[in-house]
Design a protein. Structure first.
Length: 499
Protein backbone atom coordinates (compact mmCIF):
# COMPACT_ATOMS: atom_id res chain seq x y z
CA UNK A 1 0.00 0.00 0.00
CA UNK A 2 1.34 3.45 -0.94
CA UNK A 3 1.00 6.14 1.69
CA UNK A 4 1.57 9.87 1.10
CA UNK A 5 3.39 11.36 4.07
CA UNK A 6 1.90 14.76 4.85
CA UNK A 7 4.00 17.19 6.86
CA UNK A 8 2.29 18.14 10.12
CA UNK A 9 1.82 21.77 10.97
CA UNK A 10 4.33 21.47 13.78
CA UNK A 11 6.94 18.87 14.60
CA UNK A 12 6.92 17.37 18.04
CA UNK A 13 10.37 17.48 19.63
CA UNK A 14 10.92 14.45 21.82
CA UNK A 15 14.31 15.75 22.99
CA UNK A 16 14.68 19.42 23.92
CA UNK A 17 17.15 21.34 21.75
CA UNK A 18 20.42 21.84 23.63
CA UNK A 19 21.88 25.30 23.95
CA UNK A 20 25.05 24.30 22.06
CA UNK A 21 22.99 22.86 19.21
CA UNK A 22 20.92 26.03 18.93
CA UNK A 23 24.11 28.11 18.88
CA UNK A 24 25.64 26.02 16.06
CA UNK A 25 22.41 26.21 14.05
CA UNK A 26 22.32 29.99 14.50
CA UNK A 27 25.95 30.55 13.49
CA UNK A 28 26.34 28.02 10.66
CA UNK A 29 23.00 26.99 9.19
CA UNK A 30 20.41 29.64 9.95
CA UNK A 31 19.77 31.79 6.89
CA UNK A 32 20.35 35.48 7.40
CA UNK A 33 20.38 38.43 5.03
CA UNK A 34 23.60 40.31 4.32
CA UNK A 35 22.64 42.95 6.87
CA UNK A 36 22.18 40.27 9.54
CA UNK A 37 18.38 40.13 9.37
CA UNK A 38 17.20 36.68 10.46
CA UNK A 39 15.30 34.86 7.71
CA UNK A 40 15.01 31.39 9.27
CA UNK A 41 13.00 32.23 12.38
CA UNK A 42 12.96 28.63 13.60
CA UNK A 43 14.71 25.36 12.78
CA UNK A 44 11.51 24.33 11.04
CA UNK A 45 11.93 27.32 8.72
CA UNK A 46 15.35 25.92 7.81
CA UNK A 47 13.79 22.54 7.03
CA UNK A 48 11.12 24.21 4.87
CA UNK A 49 13.78 26.13 2.93
CA UNK A 50 15.84 23.00 2.29
CA UNK A 51 12.77 20.89 1.39
CA UNK A 52 11.60 23.53 -1.08
CA UNK A 53 15.03 23.70 -2.74
CA UNK A 54 15.19 19.90 -3.06
CA UNK A 55 11.67 19.66 -4.44
CA UNK A 56 12.14 22.46 -6.98
CA UNK A 57 14.41 20.31 -9.12
CA UNK A 58 11.51 17.95 -9.82
CA UNK A 59 8.94 18.32 -12.61
CA UNK A 60 6.45 21.12 -11.78
CA UNK A 61 3.54 18.74 -11.25
CA UNK A 62 5.61 16.67 -8.75
CA UNK A 63 7.10 19.47 -6.67
CA UNK A 64 4.44 19.73 -3.96
CA UNK A 65 4.39 15.97 -3.51
CA UNK A 66 8.15 15.85 -3.03
CA UNK A 67 8.14 18.97 -0.86
CA UNK A 68 5.83 17.18 1.60
CA UNK A 69 8.00 14.07 1.55
CA UNK A 70 11.28 15.93 2.05
CA UNK A 71 9.82 18.08 4.84
CA UNK A 72 8.42 15.02 6.61
CA UNK A 73 11.84 13.33 6.42
CA UNK A 74 13.66 16.41 7.75
CA UNK A 75 11.22 16.80 10.63
CA UNK A 76 11.65 13.16 11.56
CA UNK A 77 15.41 12.91 11.79
CA UNK A 78 16.91 13.07 8.28
CA UNK A 79 19.81 15.52 8.43
CA UNK A 80 21.44 16.65 5.16
CA UNK A 81 25.13 17.53 4.80
CA UNK A 82 25.95 20.74 6.60
CA UNK A 83 26.53 22.80 3.48
CA UNK A 84 23.24 21.64 1.99
CA UNK A 85 21.46 22.78 5.15
CA UNK A 86 23.30 26.09 4.99
CA UNK A 87 22.99 26.87 1.28
CA UNK A 88 20.00 25.05 -0.24
CA UNK A 89 17.36 27.57 -1.20
CA UNK A 90 19.60 30.47 -0.17
CA UNK A 91 20.78 31.62 -3.61
CA UNK A 92 18.93 34.92 -3.37
CA UNK A 93 20.97 35.86 -0.33
CA UNK A 94 24.20 33.95 -1.22
CA UNK A 95 24.59 34.52 -4.97
CA UNK A 96 28.38 34.29 -5.04
CA UNK A 97 28.71 30.71 -3.92
CA UNK A 98 30.33 27.56 -5.26
CA UNK A 99 28.70 24.33 -4.18
CA UNK A 100 31.02 21.73 -5.66
CA UNK A 101 34.00 19.86 -4.19
CA UNK A 102 35.46 16.35 -4.36
CA UNK A 103 37.70 15.03 -1.62
CA UNK A 104 40.22 12.38 -2.63
CA UNK A 105 42.52 10.34 -0.44
CA UNK A 106 45.78 8.71 -1.43
CA UNK A 107 46.34 5.05 -0.72
CA UNK A 108 46.26 4.49 3.05
CA UNK A 109 49.00 2.05 3.97
CA UNK A 110 48.82 -0.27 6.97
CA UNK A 111 50.79 1.79 9.43
CA UNK A 112 49.89 4.20 12.18
CA UNK A 113 52.07 6.94 10.68
CA UNK A 114 50.38 6.73 7.28
CA UNK A 115 46.88 6.58 8.77
CA UNK A 116 47.54 9.70 10.85
CA UNK A 117 49.19 11.41 7.89
CA UNK A 118 46.13 10.81 5.68
CA UNK A 119 43.85 12.09 8.44
CA UNK A 120 46.02 15.20 8.62
CA UNK A 121 45.81 15.63 4.83
CA UNK A 122 42.01 15.23 4.94
CA UNK A 123 41.81 17.97 7.55
CA UNK A 124 43.95 20.27 5.41
CA UNK A 125 41.76 19.54 2.38
CA UNK A 126 38.58 20.47 4.21
CA UNK A 127 40.25 23.60 5.54
CA UNK A 128 41.92 24.63 2.32
CA UNK A 129 39.07 25.20 -0.12
CA UNK A 130 37.55 23.76 -3.26
CA UNK A 131 37.64 23.80 -7.01
CA UNK A 132 34.94 25.91 -8.62
CA UNK A 133 32.08 24.84 -10.83
CA UNK A 134 33.18 24.72 -14.46
CA UNK A 135 36.59 23.22 -13.67
CA UNK A 136 37.48 20.14 -15.71
CA UNK A 137 38.51 17.00 -13.82
CA UNK A 138 39.34 13.46 -14.94
CA UNK A 139 37.07 10.73 -13.57
CA UNK A 140 36.29 7.17 -14.63
CA UNK A 141 33.97 8.74 -17.24
CA UNK A 142 36.71 10.83 -18.82
CA UNK A 143 37.16 14.60 -18.73
CA UNK A 144 34.08 16.16 -17.16
CA UNK A 145 33.19 19.35 -15.37
CA UNK A 146 33.37 18.97 -11.63
CA UNK A 147 29.66 19.64 -11.15
CA UNK A 148 28.87 16.70 -13.44
CA UNK A 149 31.13 14.47 -11.34
CA UNK A 150 29.14 15.43 -8.25
CA UNK A 151 25.68 15.26 -9.82
CA UNK A 152 26.36 11.81 -11.30
CA UNK A 153 28.26 10.60 -8.20
CA UNK A 154 31.42 9.61 -10.04
CA UNK A 155 33.55 7.20 -8.06
CA UNK A 156 37.16 7.98 -9.04
CA UNK A 157 39.22 11.05 -9.89
CA UNK A 158 42.73 11.52 -11.27
CA UNK A 159 45.03 12.82 -8.53
CA UNK A 160 48.72 13.30 -7.91
CA UNK A 161 50.15 10.92 -5.32
CA UNK A 162 53.10 12.47 -3.50
CA UNK A 163 54.40 9.13 -2.26
CA UNK A 164 54.61 7.49 -5.69
CA UNK A 165 55.35 10.75 -7.54
CA UNK A 166 52.80 10.07 -10.28
CA UNK A 167 49.19 10.69 -11.26
CA UNK A 168 46.79 7.89 -10.36
CA UNK A 169 43.04 7.31 -10.27
CA UNK A 170 41.85 7.55 -6.66
CA UNK A 171 38.46 6.83 -5.09
CA UNK A 172 36.28 9.83 -4.27
CA UNK A 173 35.51 9.39 -0.60
CA UNK A 174 32.79 12.00 -0.40
CA UNK A 175 31.22 14.75 -2.48
CA UNK A 176 31.03 17.95 -0.47
CA UNK A 177 29.55 21.39 -1.09
CA UNK A 178 31.16 24.57 0.15
CA UNK A 179 30.31 28.24 0.05
CA UNK A 180 33.11 30.44 -1.27
CA UNK A 181 32.66 34.21 -1.60
CA UNK A 182 33.38 35.42 -5.12
CA UNK A 183 36.23 37.53 -3.77
CA UNK A 184 37.93 34.33 -2.55
CA UNK A 185 37.86 32.67 -5.98
CA UNK A 186 40.84 32.68 -8.32
CA UNK A 187 41.52 31.48 -11.87
CA UNK A 188 44.99 30.28 -12.84
CA UNK A 189 45.72 29.84 -16.55
CA UNK A 190 48.82 28.04 -17.83
CA UNK A 191 49.32 27.08 -21.48
CA UNK A 192 45.62 27.51 -22.15
CA UNK A 193 44.55 25.20 -19.30
CA UNK A 194 42.41 26.93 -16.68
CA UNK A 195 42.05 26.10 -12.98
CA UNK A 196 39.26 27.85 -11.08
CA UNK A 197 39.52 27.38 -7.34
CA UNK A 198 39.50 29.13 -3.98
CA UNK A 199 42.56 31.11 -2.97
CA UNK A 200 43.39 28.65 -0.17
CA UNK A 201 43.35 25.55 -2.35
CA UNK A 202 46.75 23.76 -2.56
CA UNK A 203 48.28 23.79 -6.05
CA UNK A 204 51.20 21.60 -7.14
CA UNK A 205 53.93 23.63 -8.88
CA UNK A 206 57.52 23.19 -9.98
CA UNK A 207 59.57 25.96 -8.36
CA UNK A 208 63.36 26.14 -8.66
CA UNK A 209 63.53 22.50 -9.70
CA UNK A 210 61.40 21.15 -6.83
CA UNK A 211 57.76 20.00 -6.71
CA UNK A 212 55.93 21.79 -3.91
CA UNK A 213 52.36 22.60 -2.89
CA UNK A 214 51.44 26.26 -2.46
CA UNK A 215 48.19 28.12 -1.90
CA UNK A 216 46.49 29.12 -5.13
CA UNK A 217 46.98 32.80 -4.35
CA UNK A 218 50.71 32.20 -3.77
CA UNK A 219 51.41 30.83 -7.27
CA UNK A 220 54.06 32.94 -9.00
CA UNK A 221 54.25 33.81 -12.68
CA UNK A 222 57.51 31.91 -12.98
CA UNK A 223 56.06 28.74 -11.40
CA UNK A 224 55.28 25.79 -13.66
CA UNK A 225 51.91 24.22 -12.87
CA UNK A 226 52.20 20.45 -12.61
CA UNK A 227 49.42 18.62 -14.39
CA UNK A 228 48.71 15.23 -15.91
CA UNK A 229 49.80 15.07 -19.55
CA UNK A 230 47.87 12.85 -21.94
CA UNK A 231 49.86 10.48 -24.16
CA UNK A 232 50.12 11.38 -27.85
CA UNK A 233 48.01 8.42 -28.92
CA UNK A 234 44.55 7.69 -30.27
CA UNK A 235 42.04 4.87 -30.56
CA UNK A 236 42.62 3.59 -34.10
CA UNK A 237 39.17 1.97 -34.21
CA UNK A 238 37.52 5.40 -33.85
CA UNK A 239 40.06 7.41 -35.87
CA UNK A 240 37.84 7.77 -38.97
CA UNK A 241 34.76 9.21 -37.15
CA UNK A 242 37.02 11.55 -35.16
CA UNK A 243 38.79 12.65 -38.36
CA UNK A 244 35.41 13.24 -40.03
CA UNK A 245 34.28 15.48 -37.14
CA UNK A 246 37.40 17.62 -37.48
CA UNK A 247 37.32 17.74 -41.28
CA UNK A 248 33.63 18.66 -41.38
CA UNK A 249 33.93 21.41 -38.77
CA UNK A 250 36.98 22.67 -40.64
CA UNK A 251 35.53 23.02 -44.13
CA UNK A 252 32.34 20.96 -44.49
CA UNK A 253 28.73 22.04 -44.44
CA UNK A 254 25.44 20.42 -43.46
CA UNK A 255 21.88 21.62 -43.83
CA UNK A 256 18.39 20.17 -43.82
CA UNK A 257 16.92 19.07 -47.12
CA UNK A 258 13.29 20.09 -47.54
CA UNK A 259 11.09 18.31 -50.08
CA UNK A 260 7.56 19.44 -50.89
CA UNK A 261 5.70 16.24 -51.73
CA UNK A 262 2.71 16.44 -54.02
CA UNK A 263 -0.68 15.52 -52.62
CA UNK A 264 -0.70 12.23 -54.53
CA UNK A 265 2.45 11.16 -52.71
CA UNK A 266 1.11 11.39 -49.19
CA UNK A 267 2.51 7.99 -48.27
CA UNK A 268 6.00 9.16 -49.20
CA UNK A 269 5.59 12.27 -47.07
CA UNK A 270 4.42 10.25 -44.07
CA UNK A 271 7.34 7.85 -44.39
CA UNK A 272 9.78 10.76 -44.65
CA UNK A 273 8.36 12.29 -41.48
CA UNK A 274 8.67 8.95 -39.65
CA UNK A 275 12.36 8.67 -40.62
CA UNK A 276 13.17 12.07 -39.13
CA UNK A 277 15.49 14.79 -40.34
CA UNK A 278 17.20 14.44 -43.71
CA UNK A 279 20.48 16.32 -43.95
CA UNK A 280 22.79 17.16 -46.82
CA UNK A 281 26.52 16.86 -46.06
CA UNK A 282 28.97 18.58 -48.41
CA UNK A 283 32.67 19.22 -48.63
CA UNK A 284 34.93 20.86 -51.21
CA UNK A 285 38.73 20.75 -51.21
CA UNK A 286 41.64 21.10 -53.60
CA UNK A 287 43.12 17.83 -52.34
CA UNK A 288 41.30 14.77 -53.67
CA UNK A 289 42.66 12.62 -50.83
CA UNK A 290 40.79 14.71 -48.25
CA UNK A 291 37.45 14.53 -50.08
CA UNK A 292 37.86 10.79 -50.67
CA UNK A 293 38.50 10.22 -46.96
CA UNK A 294 35.33 12.20 -46.20
CA UNK A 295 33.39 10.01 -48.66
CA UNK A 296 35.00 6.88 -47.19
CA UNK A 297 33.56 7.74 -43.79
CA UNK A 298 29.98 7.87 -45.11
CA UNK A 299 30.46 4.74 -47.21
CA UNK A 300 31.86 2.66 -44.33
CA UNK A 301 29.56 4.02 -41.65
CA UNK A 302 26.22 4.40 -43.44
CA UNK A 303 26.64 2.43 -46.66
CA UNK A 304 26.19 5.46 -48.91
CA UNK A 305 27.11 5.24 -52.59
CA UNK A 306 27.72 8.89 -53.50
CA UNK A 307 31.02 9.50 -55.28
CA UNK A 308 33.65 12.23 -55.42
CA UNK A 309 33.37 14.59 -58.42
CA UNK A 310 35.79 17.04 -60.02
CA UNK A 311 34.70 20.67 -60.21
CA UNK A 312 35.99 24.14 -61.08
CA UNK A 313 35.50 27.21 -58.88
CA UNK A 314 34.38 30.57 -60.24
CA UNK A 315 38.05 31.60 -60.09
CA UNK A 316 39.03 28.71 -62.33
CA UNK A 317 40.61 26.62 -59.56
CA UNK A 318 40.20 22.85 -59.93
CA UNK A 319 38.65 21.26 -56.80
CA UNK A 320 36.92 18.08 -55.70
CA UNK A 321 33.35 17.91 -54.40
CA UNK A 322 31.36 15.40 -52.42
CA UNK A 323 27.72 15.57 -51.33
CA UNK A 324 25.44 13.02 -49.73
CA UNK A 325 21.83 13.21 -48.56
CA UNK A 326 20.08 10.32 -46.86
CA UNK A 327 18.18 9.63 -43.66
CA UNK A 328 20.83 7.18 -42.45
CA UNK A 329 23.75 9.53 -43.20
CA UNK A 330 21.97 12.26 -41.24
CA UNK A 331 22.97 10.42 -38.06
CA UNK A 332 26.47 11.77 -38.64
CA UNK A 333 25.22 15.04 -37.15
CA UNK A 334 25.58 13.46 -33.70
CA UNK A 335 29.35 13.27 -34.22
CA UNK A 336 29.50 17.05 -34.64
CA UNK A 337 27.07 17.86 -31.82
CA UNK A 338 24.41 18.82 -34.41
CA UNK A 339 26.41 21.83 -35.59
CA UNK A 340 24.53 22.27 -38.86
CA UNK A 341 23.72 25.38 -40.85
CA UNK A 342 25.82 28.42 -39.99
CA UNK A 343 28.26 26.83 -37.53
CA UNK A 344 30.78 29.70 -37.36
CA UNK A 345 29.21 31.49 -34.41
CA UNK A 346 28.65 28.44 -32.20
CA UNK A 347 31.61 26.35 -33.39
CA UNK A 348 32.97 24.07 -30.66
CA UNK A 349 34.80 20.79 -30.14
CA UNK A 350 32.22 17.97 -29.94
CA UNK A 351 31.63 16.72 -26.42
CA UNK A 352 32.66 13.13 -27.14
CA UNK A 353 36.05 14.34 -28.41
CA UNK A 354 36.61 16.60 -25.42
CA UNK A 355 35.57 14.00 -22.85
CA UNK A 356 38.26 11.51 -23.93
CA UNK A 357 40.91 13.50 -25.81
CA UNK A 358 43.54 10.80 -25.39
CA UNK A 359 41.40 8.59 -27.66
CA UNK A 360 39.98 11.01 -30.20
CA UNK A 361 41.69 14.41 -30.28
CA UNK A 362 44.69 13.60 -32.50
CA UNK A 363 42.61 12.34 -35.48
CA UNK A 364 40.10 15.16 -34.85
CA UNK A 365 42.94 17.70 -35.09
CA UNK A 366 44.24 15.89 -38.18
CA UNK A 367 40.87 16.44 -39.87
CA UNK A 368 40.96 20.15 -39.00
CA UNK A 369 44.48 20.52 -40.40
CA UNK A 370 43.54 18.60 -43.56
CA UNK A 371 40.67 20.95 -44.39
CA UNK A 372 41.45 24.26 -42.71
CA UNK A 373 45.17 24.22 -41.84
CA UNK A 374 48.51 25.18 -43.36
CA UNK A 375 52.00 23.80 -42.77
CA UNK A 376 54.97 26.17 -42.80
CA UNK A 377 57.80 25.21 -45.15
CA UNK A 378 60.46 26.87 -42.99
CA UNK A 379 60.09 24.98 -39.71
CA UNK A 380 57.12 22.66 -40.12
CA UNK A 381 54.70 24.46 -37.82
CA UNK A 382 50.98 24.04 -38.44
CA UNK A 383 48.42 26.85 -38.30
CA UNK A 384 44.63 26.88 -38.11
CA UNK A 385 42.66 30.00 -39.03
CA UNK A 386 39.16 30.54 -37.66
CA UNK A 387 36.73 33.41 -37.15
CA UNK A 388 35.70 31.96 -33.78
CA UNK A 389 38.00 32.99 -30.93
CA UNK A 390 36.24 30.73 -28.43
CA UNK A 391 36.85 27.70 -30.66
CA UNK A 392 40.54 28.59 -31.00
CA UNK A 393 40.87 28.99 -27.23
CA UNK A 394 39.14 25.64 -26.72
CA UNK A 395 41.65 23.94 -29.03
CA UNK A 396 44.53 25.65 -27.23
CA UNK A 397 43.19 24.43 -23.89
CA UNK A 398 42.97 20.82 -25.10
CA UNK A 399 46.49 21.04 -26.56
CA UNK A 400 47.62 22.11 -23.10
CA UNK A 401 46.35 18.79 -21.73
CA UNK A 402 48.94 17.14 -24.00
CA UNK A 403 51.64 19.59 -22.78
CA UNK A 404 51.67 21.18 -26.23
CA UNK A 405 51.76 24.94 -26.62
CA UNK A 406 49.36 26.63 -29.02
CA UNK A 407 50.05 30.30 -29.84
CA UNK A 408 47.04 32.50 -30.61
CA UNK A 409 47.41 35.54 -32.86
CA UNK A 410 44.51 37.90 -33.53
CA UNK A 411 44.23 39.01 -37.15
CA UNK A 412 43.42 42.62 -37.87
CA UNK A 413 39.97 42.87 -39.51
CA UNK A 414 40.29 43.84 -43.16
CA UNK A 415 38.42 43.64 -46.44
CA UNK A 416 39.37 43.29 -50.10
CA UNK A 417 37.65 42.90 -53.46
CA UNK A 418 37.51 39.49 -55.17
CA UNK A 419 35.77 39.14 -58.52
CA UNK A 420 33.67 42.19 -57.81
CA UNK A 421 32.70 41.05 -54.30
CA UNK A 422 33.90 42.54 -51.02
CA UNK A 423 35.49 39.86 -48.85
CA UNK A 424 35.96 40.43 -45.13
CA UNK A 425 38.86 38.80 -43.32
CA UNK A 426 39.96 38.61 -39.69
CA UNK A 427 39.61 36.18 -36.84
CA UNK A 428 42.38 34.33 -35.04
CA UNK A 429 45.24 31.97 -35.95
CA UNK A 430 46.26 29.03 -33.75
CA UNK A 431 49.87 28.00 -34.35
CA UNK A 432 51.35 24.66 -33.25
CA UNK A 433 55.15 24.46 -33.40
CA UNK A 434 55.84 21.19 -31.60
CA UNK A 435 57.08 18.99 -34.45
CA UNK A 436 57.24 15.85 -32.31
CA UNK A 437 53.52 16.22 -31.57
CA UNK A 438 52.64 17.11 -35.16
CA UNK A 439 54.45 14.00 -36.40
CA UNK A 440 52.01 11.93 -34.32
CA UNK A 441 49.02 13.90 -35.64
CA UNK A 442 50.27 13.50 -39.23
CA UNK A 443 49.71 9.73 -39.02
CA UNK A 444 45.96 10.40 -39.13
CA UNK A 445 45.99 13.05 -41.88
CA UNK A 446 44.64 12.40 -45.38
CA UNK A 447 46.51 15.22 -47.15
CA UNK A 448 49.84 13.66 -48.17
CA UNK A 449 51.24 17.09 -49.09
CA UNK A 450 50.75 18.59 -45.63
CA UNK A 451 51.78 15.33 -44.00
CA UNK A 452 54.99 15.33 -46.02
CA UNK A 453 55.82 18.93 -45.11
CA UNK A 454 55.39 18.17 -41.41
CA UNK A 455 57.95 15.37 -41.78
CA UNK A 456 60.35 17.21 -44.11
CA UNK A 457 60.43 20.54 -42.31
CA UNK A 458 60.24 19.27 -38.73
CA UNK A 459 62.12 21.49 -36.31
CA UNK A 460 65.57 20.37 -35.31
CA UNK A 461 66.91 20.04 -31.79
CA UNK A 462 67.52 23.45 -30.24
CA UNK A 463 64.84 25.33 -32.19
CA UNK A 464 61.87 24.56 -29.96
CA UNK A 465 63.45 22.74 -27.03
CA UNK A 466 61.56 21.83 -23.89
CA UNK A 467 63.58 22.90 -20.87
CA UNK A 468 63.28 24.13 -17.33
CA UNK A 469 64.57 27.67 -16.84
CA UNK A 470 66.93 27.86 -13.79
CA UNK A 471 66.17 30.72 -11.43
CA UNK A 472 69.62 32.33 -11.89
CA UNK A 473 69.11 32.48 -15.68
CA UNK A 474 65.55 33.75 -15.24
CA UNK A 475 66.76 36.61 -13.05
CA UNK A 476 69.51 37.50 -15.53
CA UNK A 477 67.07 37.56 -18.44
CA UNK A 478 64.60 39.62 -16.44
CA UNK A 479 67.30 42.19 -15.71
CA UNK A 480 68.47 42.26 -19.32
CA UNK A 481 64.95 42.64 -20.67
CA UNK A 482 64.69 46.15 -19.26
CA UNK A 483 67.52 47.25 -21.57
CA UNK A 484 65.77 46.03 -24.73
CA UNK A 485 64.06 48.43 -27.08
CA UNK A 486 60.45 48.04 -28.14
CA UNK A 487 61.53 46.70 -31.55
CA UNK A 488 63.87 44.14 -29.98
CA UNK A 489 61.14 42.97 -27.60
CA UNK A 490 58.75 42.52 -30.53
CA UNK A 491 61.33 40.62 -32.61
CA UNK A 492 62.13 38.27 -29.72
CA UNK A 493 58.49 37.44 -29.12
CA UNK A 494 58.06 39.02 -25.67
CA UNK A 495 54.60 40.29 -26.61
CA UNK A 496 53.48 36.81 -27.69
CA UNK A 497 54.21 35.22 -24.32
CA UNK A 498 56.92 32.91 -25.69
CA UNK A 499 59.39 33.82 -22.92
Amino acid sequence: MNTVLRAPATAAAEIPVQEASADIWDKKYRLKAKDGTVLDTTVDDTWKRVARALADVEAPEKREEWYDKFLWALRHGAIPAGRVTSNAGAQEHKPATSTINCTVSGTIRDSMDDILNKVHEAGLTLKAGCVAAGTWVRTEHGLVKVEQAVTESHREILSYDRDSGRFEMRPILKHLTVTVPRSDNIEIVANGVSLKTSIKHPVLVCRDGALIYVRADEVRREDALVQHSFPWTADSSAALPAWFAGAHLGDGSAYEKHIDYKSIRGAWARRARSLGQRLVFKIRAAEREVVERYAEFFSQTFGTRASVAAAITTNGTPVWDYAVASFSASRASKLIDNQIGNKTVQLHVPGWIKTQPEKYFLPFLAGLLDTDGTVNREHGSASLATCNLTFAQELKSILGLFSVHGALTMRQPRSHMLNGHEVHDGGVILKISDSAFLLQVAQYMADSGKRGRIVEYATQSGQYDHYHLPSILREALSTASFTLTHVERQRLGFYHGYH
